[in-house]
Design a protein. Sequence first.
Length: 182
Amino acid sequence: MKSFIYGLLIILIFGVAGFYLFRGAGNLASRLRPSSTPIASLPPSAFDTPVESLAPISTTPTPSPVSTTKGGLIKGTSTVTTATTSSHLLFTLVKTSTCPISYMTEVKDIRGPLTLKYALKDGFSANFNIWRRDGNELIPNTTVRNSGTLATISNVDYFKLRIESSDCGGDDTDWITVTAER
């Protein structure tokens, strides 16, 4: 009977030791080799980190009645400050060194107006078209040079943008950059 209890005790000790050894080896392996779970990658465009700021909207004195122990009211004033949070978004839609190009992209889940800006190097030009979800044109075929603002898109939650190079001249390193800004 003693040998049975000793055998059971040894099995229990080896089981607990094996559990902690296995757990420690697993932790060590996970620290040495990161998980191979896929991470969604962003398209070649990039988001700038939104910058949030608090901006006071109004500071108005508001009378606030204060009750007294005698059942009457004392009218006083208190200052109420209202603030909103706004964020600046700068989203690069296209930045390329390939000329000529014919590029199509779509922007989804738009909340609020977006100002589309472009910057082209000297000697280059491009044609832009922008369509709504239903296929109607927001911006018809427009040729641009240099840099400027193409349009401010509002009251849509989706649009499709087509960019085609017209003239390719000179050094084409980052010859076009198109951004959406709010």
